[in-house]
Ligand binder design. Structure first.
Ligand code: 5GP
Ligand code: ZN
Length: 137
């Protein structure tokens, strides 16, 4: 399988690694949205949020929290975004699960990718009802 993140994890491709544990690796994104933009990945090759088991997901989130706190201490950002894309329609371009940890500053140029607009309560409730029916399946 041709996966750039697996190659990084296996030491076969270059990356600026900042954190490793038994289940995860974190390294710098080569196209940083802001200085310090870091990716946190499971060692196990899983594609996306639909593919990852809950234990591995928890390990990736724990590592992401550690990385976010290290970024906060190192770079003193005003905030941090944790972002995860699952599926091409959601901006995923590398199909090995990862969290983006993106330091944020008040004066950076990043924008929220949607415009908050009130939804119709009936539409919100219908979606909530369908989600509730499918939780845990
Ligand atoms: P996605 O679009 O899937 O959410 O994010 C993939 C990220 O991986 C992008 O931000 C991209 O810059 C980063 N990326 C792609 N190829 C490489 C690579 O070879 N090395 C590193 N460090 N990051 C990469
Ligand atoms: Zn992989």
């Amino acid at each position: 399988m041709d996966c750039i993140f697996c190659a990084i994890i296996e030491g076969k491709a270059e990356a600026e690694i900042v954190y490793e544990d038994e289940a995860t690796v974190a390294f710098m994104d080569i196209n940083p949205a802001n200085p310090g933009h870091t990716l946190v990945v499971p060692r196990q090759h899983v594609r996306d949020v639909f593919d990852i088991d809950e234990e591995t997901a928890a390990a990736v989130m724990r590592a992401a929290v550690r990385v976010a706190r290290a970024i906060k201490a190192a770079l003193q950002p005003d905030g941090v975004n944790l972002m995860q894309a699952s599926g091409p329609a959601a901006f995923q371009s590398v199909f090995h699960f990862h969290f983006h940890v993106v330091p944020r500053w008040w004066d950076d140029s990043l924008k929220l990718p949607w415009r908050p607009t009130p939804g119709a309560p009936s539409v919100i409730q219908a979606a909530a009802s369908r989600i509730r029916e499918n939780i845990g399946r």
